[in-house]
Design a binder for this molecule. Sequence first.
Ligand code: CO8
Length: 259
Amino acid sequence: MNKVILEVKDGVGILTINRPDKLNALNNEVLSELNTIINDINENSEVRVVLVTGSGEKAFVAGADIAFMKELTPREAVNFARMGQEILNKMEQSEKPFIACVNGYALGGGFELALACDFIYATENAKFGFPEVSLGIIPGFGGTQNLPRLVGKNVAKELIFTAKMIDASEAKELGVVSRLFNTKDEMIEGAVDTAKQIMKNGTIAVGLAKKSIVDGFNLTKEDGLKYEANLFGVVFSTDDAKEGLSAFLEKRKPQYKNS
Ligand code: CO8
């Protein structure tokens, strides 16, 4: 059985981590399939927006696989962390938007997978947390870098040092979650609607806006503004920019060609 499944319909890819008997925990096999699928997504122009979710109702992903990690030597642990980080980095650097759809537990590596997406939707039963220090380890798939950038250093420290879980409404208050839904089906439907809204816009423009935000976050404001101005120049070299601006003036809907 595949541990990661991708279904594509009308431009929207639904990527499901599929290891429900272990609450979708990430081991080498899952990560390796995830890597292949992310590479495929990045090369497949049929996929324009990706939803990331977990199989079943109980968990998005309950973390990296603890049984697998217990056997790691320090060197293997570095390699495992780097492998996870590289895969998540491909999602962050992808020109396509990724929406995390969190059903149930998003813990440790699972929370990190959600944080690597562009924004997070969740069901009311979602739970987020970094249990790592309670296991005597630390987050290793980008959690110490991405969580402080999202919620601020102090809130991130409290969550990571205490290893406590927060529920969906607290995660929403902290700005971790953008939208809450009652059920998984409603969440997927809501995320598909968002994807459709995104797909009405210029694909290149969305990709460059993502690039400007993601790369700009690590720059000073001054450098970020220069970077944004350069990408603003790049987007003006596209047919889609001409089409979008003309369509407005001609009072018609734009027909973007992704060129
Ligand atoms: N790894 C391996 N197996 C897991 C994991 C996991 N993270 N989470 C759940 N499982 C397994 C359980 O062992 C159990 O298997 P079995 O039926 O064979 O005994 C099955 O999934 C169902 O789980 P539970 O029976 O425990 O379900 P409960 O509803 O009782 O509890 C919990 C749900 C609270 C989510 C509980 O399963 C739990 O605490 N899981 C572990 C959560 C955790 O600590 N995750 C963080 C792991 S650390 C991490 O992610 C580090 C990431 C960075 C890696 C860096 C590389 C070096």
